[in-house]
Design a protein around this ligand. Sequence first.
Ligand code: ATR
Length: 272
Amino acid sequence: MPDRYAVVGHPVTHSRSPWIHACFARATGEDIEYQSIDAPPDGLERTLDAFRAAGGRGVNVTLPFKEAACRYATELSARARSAQAANTLSFEGARIRADNTDGAGLLRDLTVNLGRAVASQHVLLLGAGGAARGVLAPLLEAGPARLVIANRTLAKALALVAGCPGAGRGVRPEALGYEALSGESFDLVINATSAGLTGAALALPASVFRREALAYDMVYGRATAFLALARAAGIAAHDGLGMLVEQAAESFYLWRGVRPDTAAVLAALRAH
Ligand code: ATR
């Protein structure tokens, strides 16, 4: 009998995670089965109870359940604690361990797949919601020279900065409104807003991109206004497909102790 895993979300039908994990399993020879489960908005707990009772070994958790997944867990990793959200749960008897691999996935995509260092760079993180909170601590740990969080609602960026755990290797994040960004420029600009999902444009001056900057949208599979703005400014721009594959690989590693190779999976998804 293969060990059972799943992605739990609402909606979840379009999730690529079952396909990605099936590729990892084939490539590593791990005997697992990975399904997708649509849980009712108020039903994460009973959905997970049932999956565990049926022998489930772990789940990925996606929107809108990442915060609830932390509350369901009996143990939080440091990464889940600082994100106040979990995307990976591991089940071992009564123990439910929560972790968050989103930040590690972003860092690995940036530094390994795209070959861009974060250390000593000037980094702008757009957004102050759950997606931004999930990657903030790992970004700080990577040792940027400066990290600015810009948000439409400045109060939320200020709160995120104020609640920020021990600031990595010393740099303290700063919070700014978009209007304060004119005159500022960055090596790395990461869009963690949900604007790309609604088709909205960000009030972002093109001058935020330094000449050799990299623009990264954590949303994937969409031609977002943010990516269009960067490309129009002649800046290298990437969507979050690599982050999706890398966070999955990190989850697979947590569950199975084997780190799958991601290059072929990412190339196949891009070609699709
Ligand atoms: P998520 O979990 O995806 O981060 P969220 O917690 O609802 O979702 O946060 C959405 C983020 O996208 C917020 O930072 C939001 O800005 P506000 O805090 O000002 O609402 C940002 N966002 C969404 N649409 C936006 C837009 N059109 N322009 C600028 N920021 C936007």
